[in-house]
Design a protein around this ligand. Structure first.
Ligand code: ME8
Length: 514
């Protein structure tokens, strides 16, 4: 029996087409999911769309279509983006599906049965864009318009509402953060959440009566659930834990990691565990918030041009190049800036001149000078042993970093093998040995090809297609590509026939320089 590993992205609002921020979250979560699969876990990876709420209803009205039509149209775009990005999600949830209505009503009833839901009336500020309630002191007025803390306009809402007794969970939440210091990451976010909770929690309005695009409150058809109650529940819906407890996916709950953006940490690290505690359900193990992507240092906006469209970005640079760039360049957890120049420079430095060049130089030497077969290594020198040790030990670093979502550090560890091997190859000068010491040349080429094999195995979560091409070049069978074949366990077999290498990472030339 394999250990299970359940990981999710946030579910996106399909009130518009997906943008690069959505793509970024999906790519990073996909890399984390693929890593655990290759490391032998039984992985369940979920993404999807968050289709209810006032924002969806308003956008649909402005476009003159129904919320169902809007949700379907854009949810299909999010699904298509997943295909484009080679996301390996096992399911795609839409919150308008019957399975989700059922699970949301089930969790509501459990919170109600626990005495945590009561009816009262709500009067306060609401941001439709954030789908969030704010206290007056969290808002500020500029040019006669009142804004919430995220810079979105708020409106005054007064209506009958059900409330969730969030105030009763203050101490329990603080205890959770103390007892499980890894519950929230990165640390800045943990501190932010802890000081928010310490400053005092008010009961939360969890239903609305002034619009109807949502999931009905059990036993009171006038009310629809506050969209975040329904949205957060998606994570449990997809496992069937609440509605099909003997079903094949119930084993995945609780989730190992919810990957989200920093703007929605409060919902995931305060409301969600409180709802689950109230409903008597196990809590996720970790909530990790990544930063925001900025285009050339500026917050993205449609007016900045089409490069913010993930489809254009992928068509322009190539999918694995885009995946690599974001996972290598941006510290996962911090904001990150990107530009076309930045992506081009990275592609050339790390991919074309880095791993691509290393693979093609070493493998084409094998094809030309070793009869097209992986050579036999002679006795290993200290330099050979040292570079093999760098490759053999990288998985330990990657495991630690990926367990804490430090994707960029895992990528850096793999790039370190590339750079060390480049230095090794240059220092050994196999092109000189070809004339002076053929057995030694064969040893150097064997060692280099073996390291290329390991680099390619490790790069699979980051660049699945390109890593597969590299593994084809060193003739590694599909069943020999998981992490248990790293190191000694999967060393290349001398005598294996290699094809002449084809370039995996072409150089990027900007269109105006071509
Ligand atoms: O918040 N850079 O949906 P959403 C990086 N439906 N990440 C970004 C980003 C950017 N510029 N812009 C957005 C929602 N994101 C809710 C979630 S989960 C139960 C419900 C991230 O479509 C954002 O932080 O506004 C979030 O994690 C995800 O994209 C979806 O954002």
């Amino acid at each position: 029996m394999k250990d299970t590993f359940y990981i999710t992205t946030a579910i996106s609002y399909p009130n518009g087409k997906p943008h690069i921020g959505h793509a970024y979250e999906l790519i990073a979560t996909d890399a984390l999911a693929r890593f655990q699969r290759l490391d032998g876990k039984d992985v369940f990876f979920l993404t999807g769309t968050d289709e209810h709420g006032q924002k969806m209803q308003q956008t649909a009205r402005n476009e003159g279509i129904t919320p169902e039509e809007l949700a379907k149209r854009n949810s299909d775009e999010f699904r298509a983006m997943g295909k484009l990005l080679n996301a390996s999600n096992d399911d795609f949830i839409r919150t308008t599906e019957p399975r989700h209505h059922e699970a949301s009503q089930a969790i509501w009833k459990r919170m109600e049965a626990n005495g945590d839901i009561y009816k009262d009336s709500y009067a306060g500020w609401y941001s439709v864009r954030d789908e969030a309630y704010y206290t007056e002191d969290e808002t500020s007025v500029r040019d006669g318009v009142r804004y919430g803390p995220q810079g979105t306009p708020v409106e005054w809402v007064e209506e009958e509402s059900y409330f969730f007794k969030l105030s009763a969970y203050e101490d329990k939440l603080l205890k959770l953060y103390e007892d499980q210091p890894d519950f929230i990451g990165p640390n800045e976010r943990r501190n932010e959440v802890m000081s928010f909770v310490k400053s005092g929690l008010k009961d939360l309005s969890v239903s609305r009566t002034t619009f109807d695009w949502g999931i009905k409150v059990p036993g009171d058809d006038k009310h629809v659930m506050y969209v975040w109650v329904d949205a957060l529940t998606n994570y449990i819906t997809a496992t069937g834990y609440l509605t099909d407890e003997n079903g094949p996916r119930a084993k995945y709950w609780p989730a190992d990691a919810h990957i989200i953006g920093k703007d929605i940490i409060r919902f995931h690290a305060v409301y969600w565990p409180a709802f689950l505690m109230s409903a008597g359900l196990p809590l996720p193990k970790r909530v990790y918030a990544h930063g925001f992507l900025l285009n050339k240092g500026e917050k993205m906006s449609k007016s900045l041009g089409n490069v913010v469209d993930p489809v254009n970005l992928v068509n322009h640079f190539g999918l694995d190049q885009v995946r690599f760039f974001f996972l290598r360049e941006v510290s996962f957890g911090q904001d990150g800036s990107y530009s076309e120049e930045g992506i081009g420079t990275r592609i050339n430095a790390d991919l074309a001149n880095g791993i691509g060049n290393l693979a093609s130089r070493s493998l084409s030497m094998i094809v030309k000078n070793c009869d097209g077969k992986i050579p036999q290594a002679g006795e290993l020198t200290d330099a050979d042993k040292a570079i093999l040790a760098v490759a053999d030990s990288a998985i330990t670093i990657c495991r630690e970093e990926m367990a804490m979502q430090q994707v960029h550090k895992a990528v850096a560890a793999i790039m370190n093998i590339v750079n060390e091997t480049d230095r090794y190859f240059a220092a050994q000068e196999p092109w000189v040995l070809r004339k002076t010491d053929v057995p030694r040349m064969e040893t150097v080429l064997y060692v280099t090809a073996e390291v290329v094999r390991q680099i390619a195995i490790l790069f699979q979560p980051i660049m699945p297609d390109s890593a597969a091409k590299l593994l084809d070049l060193v003739a590694v069978a599909p069943e020999d590509r998981s992490f248990d074949k790293l190191g000694e366990a999967g060393r290349l077999t001398p005598g294996t026939v290699l094809e002449a290498p084809t370039p995996v990472f072409p150089r990027y030339v900007a269109p105006d320089k071509a």
